[in-house]
Design a protein. Sequence first.
Length: 135
Amino acid sequence: MKELAPGDASLIEEFTNAIRRSSGLDMPVDNPNLLEGLEMGFKMLPLLGLFRKYTKTSVHDFAGGFSDPFLREAFVGSFGLPRLLPKTLPGLADFHMIGQWTTVGAGLPPAAKDGRDVVKAICRRDRKRFVTFTP
Ligand SMILES: Cc1cc2nc3c(=O)[nH]c(=O)nc-3n(C[C@H](O)[C@H](O)[C@H](O)COP(=O)(O)OP(=O)(O)OC[C@H]3O[C@@H](n4cnc5c(N)ncnc54)[C@H](O)[C@@H]3O)c2cc1C
């Protein structure tokens, strides 16, 4: 990966180190009993910071940190997730699609920002001033 995208070496190392650290954890598949649960809790203690960080980050968000476009797409695809949809359709002028499938991140704020970014790009293309108002 680092040979393909040397500019993303530090993020690649961070991710592969996280996998290395957590891959030795033997998690019970069935419901553990109290003793097994406690044992598991102790084993997980050193990894709590790691888990907290990665459970707050979506795959698309993490992939968005890569500067290499191929790596961004391949990373998302490696989790079996769909890549981001394009915002335009070839042959359909002035069509713009925005929302959670066309931008990195999930929820209403990224979808709204996606719309804002498209309007900004249209303004730039039409040489119009882009002005926003905060309610
Ligand atoms: C139960 C629930 C709770 C959530 N709570 C939060 C929250 O608290 N905060 C937060 O940030 N996010 C929340 N989300 C996520 C958030 O709702 C979505 O990320 C957001 O709505 C995505 O916006 P969107 O415009 O991409 O898609 P949508 O809001 O799904 O809009 C797509 C629209 O396209 C329409 N459509 C689909 N197909 C066609 C078609 N063929 N022709 C015409 N129209 C079509 C649909 O009817 C829909 O109105 C929640 C989601 C769910 C399901």
